[in-house]
Design a protein around this ligand. Sequence first.
Ligand code: SAH
Length: 222
Amino acid sequence: MTRQDTYKHKGLRQQMCDELRRKGIADEAVLQAMNEVPRHWFIDGALDAFAYQDRALKIGCEQTISHPSTVAMQSQLLGVLPGMKVLEIGTGSGYQTAILCKMGAKVYTIERQKGLFDKTRVLLADLGFRARCFLGDGYRGLTEVNYGPYDRIIVTCGAREIPSALMEQMKEGGIMVIPLDGGEQGQEMLRITKNGPTEGDWKVEKFGAYSFVPMLDGRAMR
Ligand code: SAH
């Protein structure tokens, strides 16, 4: 399938990046990746006109592609460097996955909904993003094959607690970015640095309120 990336799309993408800069995104590698990856390829054609606005959009299976500013913030907090192994929980549309690939990471991504998993795996491969996609419950991390430990872990659904399996699958010195339920509505974005094996060694920093679809546990939905 040929996909278009018109001058109009490119112009709107540049404007989106200018807006991200105004909103406090300063990591040039993140901004460059977001300027290069066509977000409109990751959403339904009917929503094309909204692709470069700072909003979440429906991607089917009751899920959403995150706001560009959320993708930018999570990517910035993650501090990805080329060659790092990154585990992502919640592949969804694959847009965040593509941004991490563009930044040079080796990405392993888990999605629990079969419909999205099937569609996005094909899309990412078609577009030349070499992420490894898995169907499963990301709450438990990647269990069927062991590519770990990971330098970075990014969770793109709202979690009720910090999944201990994910902390175990991360390298010492590694960083996890995860939206954690805050009690009422929405989540608080956390960056956790694993300075040692036990919870007392973890450094936890908070970066404000966000709204994500919930992380569901239990088996993958087929
Ligand atoms: N990064 C994605 C976000 C999609 S929304 C994007 O920008 O498109 C979050 C995704 O997490 C949904 O697709 C949802 O199905 C998935 N999800 C929820 N709980 C999960 C779990 N336990 N394991 C893996 N994926 C999960």
